[in-house]
Design a protein around this ligand. Structure first.
Ligand code: RTP
Ligand code: MG
Length: 154
């Protein structure tokens, strides 16, 4: 069944610095989703570590934190039916090199520079989306986006 969902898209630092990538990605967001909230922030390493705490101990963790704290990022809360899956499908595989081989038209395949500098983030579940939106938008009201059968966005 199709459900209205919210998800968090984050445009990562190297894509912010690439005007062609940035305007292409913004057009995709505007044309395919309802863009509910947008904010530009710069993370320090402490905030980046907190946001990515699920990856503590992985081999790419330090690289990821250093990268995410290396420049501004754009945050977009976006809405669509099955937004979480749709946005992740548009992004393509985490690994840019695998994506370029298998799914060359995805955003990460087009604009990705490496498996870490892979253009943008997308929440991977309803729980993650709720946590991540609250992380960056503590006052965000989930109420009007609430589905009767879904308590996570309360
Ligand atoms: P994201 O959270 O950014 O939407 O990406 P994802 O779910 O597709 O991948 P995840 O496993 O959650 O990894 C988070 C981010 O860590 C960086 N990464 N680098 N081999 C590597 O160097 C590597 N593996 C992961 C990427 O920036 C990835 O998006
Ligand atoms: Mg992830």
């Amino acid at each position: 069944m199709q459900k209205l969902e919210l998800t968090l898209a984050i445009i990562k630092p190297h894509a912010i610095k690439n005007p062609i990538a940035l305007s292409y990605i913004r057009n995709v967001l505007r044309n395919k989703f309802v863009v509910v909230k947008t904010k530009r922030v710069s993370l320090d390493k402490e905030s980046a570590s907190k946001f990515y705490e699920e990856h503590v101990g992985k081999f790419f963790y330090n690289r990821l934190i250093t990268f995410m704290a290396s420049g501004a990022i754009d945050l977009h809360v976006i809405a669509h039916c099955n937004a979480i899956e749709l946005w992740r499908r548009i992004l393509g595989p985490t690994s840019v090199y695998k994506g370029q081989f298998k799914e060359p038209n995805c955003l990460r395949s087009i604009f990705g520079l490496s498996d870490t500098r892979n253009v943008a983030h997308g929440s991977d579940s309803l729980e993650s989306a709720a946590r991540e939106i609250k992380f960056f938008f503590p006052d965000f009201s989930f109420y009007k986006w609430h589905n009767d059968d879904e308590e996570l966005y309360r």
